[in-house]
Design a protein around this ligand. Structure first.
Ligand code: HEM
Length: 153
């Protein structure tokens, strides 16, 4: 059984290969294809969106999602994104984040023929705190998130 540190190292190495530092249009475009295919409800929300801008912002926010427990700037950025998605703004209910993460995993599988269960677990565990922050911000209208994420009681 891999240790938490081994899982994190596996996630970070895989992230560098498939997301990377520079914007990868093929990867992010495939992510949105997969995400929109999940339901009309999702595709409809982006009907009026400038997708080329959206895709580069998504690339950047993947980095914030990766780094937000360790980096203050990433944490602030992700809190801003969470506030934009909360009930009072884009009104994205928590259940849609599960489809978002499933779409990201599906995209990784599309690109990486060696993507296995352990790598999937590494991704899901590494992104869980950031996803929890996004979900937790929904009813709190972007507020009420503690310093390193999670809803305040
Ligand atoms: C952790 C998961 C997510 C991340 C990191 C993320 C990231 C982003 C970012 C960076 C933006 C652009 C914000 C800006 O304009 O400055 C955005 C906008 C948006 N996101 Fe998300 N998002 C996530 C989940 C979702 C989910 C689950 C939905 C559900 C449909 C969603 C729907 C939208 C919509 C509708 C917009 C606004 C598009 C527009 O301005 O027309 N997002 N997202």
């Amino acid at each position: 059984m891999p240790s938490p540190n081994e899982l994190l190292a596996r996630f970070r190495a895989h992230f560098d290969v498939w997301v990377g530092d520079s914007y990868n249009d093929a990867f992010v475009s495939r992510f949105y294809d997969n995400f929109f295919a999940q339901s009309h409800e999702i595709a409809e929300r982006f009907a009026a969106t400038n997708m080329s801008m959206q895709k580069t912002m998504l690339h950047d926010s993947l980095h914030d999602l990766r780094d937000f427990t360790t980096d203050e700037t990433a944490r602030r950025n992700l809190q801003g994104v969470a506030a934009q998605h909360d009930q009072a703004h884009a009104n994205i209910p928590p259940r849609l984040y599960d489809l978002w993460l499933d779409s990201l995993i599906a995209t990784l599988k599309d690109f990486d023929p060696d993507f296995d269960q352990l790598t999937e677990r590494a991704w899901r565990e590494a992104l869980a705190p950031g996803i929890a922050l996004m979900k937790g911000a929904y009813k709190n209208n972007g507020c009420g998130v503690t310093k390193m994420g999670g809803a305040e009681s």
